[in-house]
Design a protein around this ligand. Structure first.
Ligand code: SF4
Ligand code: FES
Length: 247
């Protein structure tokens, strides 16, 4: 496949940035989107140009690092798919593909396609933990967890912290991410001691980081590669109201 990519190039946070077009030739349809960028970067390096900076780690859909907007959609055109799991067979020979970083006030661009997502870390630090008792690990069955709660907690825990929900939201809101993190601990008995403080502290950290509010646009769940449902935001709001009543 021969394609053209128009890539956001920004040398540092203070640079205004611009789209730059590159021809990329002889790409296998079985190559991943990141492998296509690898081919582009090898050419740029051989030509003495600066390679395109982009984030990646696992390349198997579990680390959440490969954040980029492809043709206007966070993680690209395939549903429930991270950028690293997106393959070039989903594009056509001759396509012109736009590639941009996440666009959100709380995720400033560091360089090219790399954004600073430490705002998510601060939300996790504010409440993403349970009380840790010292001593030996408890016997696995000493705290029974109903199957439906365990399944729901596991579903929430599949959030990989990629930030696509924020990038897609017209308000730059992190509510789907925060809702998943609050739910995956709040749904199991081990997460109950901090249930109130968790939701209050994580929402406070979210607001302090500059994320916008949720207005039920629903764009977040549409692009989420892990299918985190919008209902978890309803659950988060319910937990928040309960925590305020307990104050
Ligand atoms: S909720 Fe989905 S889109 Fe948002 S950070 Fe988690 S995995 Fe990514
Ligand atoms: S590189 Fe880890 S999820 Fe894409």
């Amino acid at each position: 496949m021969d394609i053209q990519v128009r890539v956001w190039r920004q040398s540092d946070p203070s640079d205004a940035g611009r789209m730059v077009s590159y021809d990329v030739k002889d790409i296998s349809p079985d190559a991943s989107f990141l492998e296509m960028l690898d081919v582009l970067n090898e050419k740029l390096i051989l030509d003495g140009d600066d390679p395109v900076a982009f984030d990646h780690d696992c390349r198997e859909g579990i680390c959440g690092a490969c954040s980029m907007v492809i043709d206007g959609v966070a993680h690209g055109p395939e549903k429930a798919t991270t950028t690293c799991q997106l393959h070039m067979r989903h594009f056509k020979n001759g396509d012109v593909i736009d590639v941009e970083p996440w666009r959100a006030a709380a995720f400033p661009v560091i360089k090219d396609l790399v954004v600073d997502r430490t705002a998510f870390d601060r939300i996790i630090q504010a409440g993403g933990y349970i009380t840790v008792p010292t001593g030996a690990a408890p016997e696995a069955h000493s705290v029974p967890v109903p199957k439906k709660d365990a399944d729901a907690a596991f579903e929430a825990a599949t959030c990989i912290g990629c930030g696509a929900c924020v990038a897609a939201c017209p308000n730059g809101s992190a509510m789907l991410f925060t809702a998943a993190k609050v739910a995956h601990l709040g749904l199991v008995p081990q997460g109950q001691p901090e249930r109130d403080t968790r939701v209050l502290d994580m929402l406070r950290a979210q607001d302090e980081a500059g994320f916008g509010g949720c207005t039920n646009a629903g764009e977040c769940t549409t692009v989420c590669p892990k299918g985190i449902p919008l209902t978890l935001i309803g659950r988060l709001n319910s937990d928040y109201r309960q925590a305020l009543r307990h104050q």
